[in-house]
Design a protein around this ligand. Structure first.
Ligand SMILES: Cc1ncc(COP(=O)(O)O)c(C=O)c1O
Length: 382
């Protein structure tokens, strides 16, 4: 469905499409209802507090990558706040105890630190989880770059070390192993964990199957996930969490940009006010070529351009696309699927202005939630 964006919006802008987000949330609500599991938002992938009220009915809370995201979840979302990091910095666990209610440890040594801090705090309502490396590789994106179980991964206690964990003190078994995985990946992980780690699952109150479940990606068989989750719950009788990020906001928004110049080398190059390097770093990191509404692969339409940002980085290239008409300064280009891992990762490299954060409401109203000017660039330079 094409977004009905007003013609006169300032670019660049990341725009959340509320109608699309609500469609995604219906999938999450179905999984929650039919499988009887709890779903958390992984705020590392997408965090737009202005839109959090839309998620409130469906999600049980948020899951954080450390203190700041945990605080964001506590202050802006409420409900359950889970947190995991491969290691916690000095004092971080103690501070997290005042913010989060579910704290996961990466290793037996981190677990000892977490349990000691929880004991000393006197708090009895903190749930402690162990992140396990389940030895299950299914990341469909970027190979080892996004595979939490890649060789020498720093994520989670391995099977060799697992008996060093004090299982009597552990509430949750955590196994995050997926990235942009379809249902076969999710089901494969659930089955693998059930088969491989049964004795440990029998000793905990809950399991968290992490993120990477790409539940709203076309082709994801939600019924299959639900069936696997129900079977797991029937077998083990423990609470089950999923903590997707990307799967909740895939295809739920845009990066709207404008052509600001045309350069000729061997071919034609359109320079945009949006940049791969500063505004969509995953385009370079994964790497991938994002979709632009109305454009296609090179040569499909008569006018082909390389699109790039205005930074000094030679590799700040978004991709090569073809268009029906020649591009000219002022033309607007709308990149799709630009909510996940986009504005949470952006930078002001080269003094590049940060895009507006905006919301396209269901009634067509366009609301700019935040604009960033020179001050934002200056402030971050100390
Ligand atoms: C522990 C953990 N949980 C959840 C997620 C969210 O994953 P995704 O956005 O792919 O669903 C990640 C992503 O890296 C993660 O590391």
């Amino acid at each position: 469905m094409l977004p009905k964006l007003p013609d006169d919006i300032r670019t660049p802008a990341y725009v959340l499409d509320v109608a699309a987000l609500k469609r995604n949330l219906e999938t999450a609500a179905r999984i929650k209802r039919e499988a009887g599991v709890k779903i958390l938002l992984a705020t590392k992938a997408w965090a737009m507090p202005a839109a959090f009220p839309l998620l409130d009915d469906t999600l049980a809370g948020t899951t954080a990558s450390g203190e700041y995201e945990a605080r964001l979840g506590r202050e802006e979302f409420g409900r359950e706040v889970h947190v995991y990091a491969p290691a916690y910095g000095p004092g971080e666990i103690e501070r997290l105890i005042d913010i989060a209610d579910h704290i996961y440890a990466n290793s037996p040594d981190e677990m000892a630190r977490v349990l000691k801090a929880v004991r000393e705090s006197g708090r009895t309502n903190i749930h402690v989880g162990a992140r396990i490396n389940p030895g299950y590789s299914n990341a469909t994106l970027g190979g080892a770059l996004y595979d939490p179980c890649a060789p020498n991964s720093r994520f989670g206690t391995t099977a060799e070390e697992i008996d060093r964990l004090p299982w009597d003190d552990i509430d949750i078994f955590h196994a995050h192993a997926l990235c942009e995985s379809l249902a076969d990946g999710s089901v494969g992980l659930i089955d693998h964990v059930a088969r491989t780690f049964e004795p440990y699952l029998r000793r905990v109150k809950a399991v968290n199957f992490g993120g990477g479940h790409f539940i709203n990606k076309p082709g994801y068989d939600v019924g299959k996930l639900i069936a696997a989750l129900k079977a797991f719950r029937a077998e083990f009788g423990i609470e089950v969490y999923l903590e997707p990020g990307a799967g909740l906001v895939v295809d739920a928004g845009y990066l709207v940009s404008s052509v600001i110049g045309i350069h000729r080398n061997v071919g034609e190059i359109a320079i945009l006010d949006a940049s791969a390097s500063t505004h969509m770093p995953d385009v370079l990191e994964v790497p991938y070529t994002p979709t632009i509404i109305g454009a296609d692969k090179p040569g499909v339409h008569p006018f082909t351009y390389i699109l790039g940002g205005k930074t000094c980085m030679t590799g700040d290239v978004i991709g090569e696309y073809s268009f029906d008409a020649p591009l000219k300064p002022g033309d607007r280009l709308v990149f799709t699927d630009m909510m996940q891992y986009s504005f949470v990762k952006n930078t002001t490299f080269n003094g590049t202005p940060l895009p507006d954060l905006a919301i396209l409401h269901e009634d067509g109203r366009y609301e700019v939630v935040r604009s960033f000017g020179y001050e934002e660039f200056r402030r971050r330079l100390g």
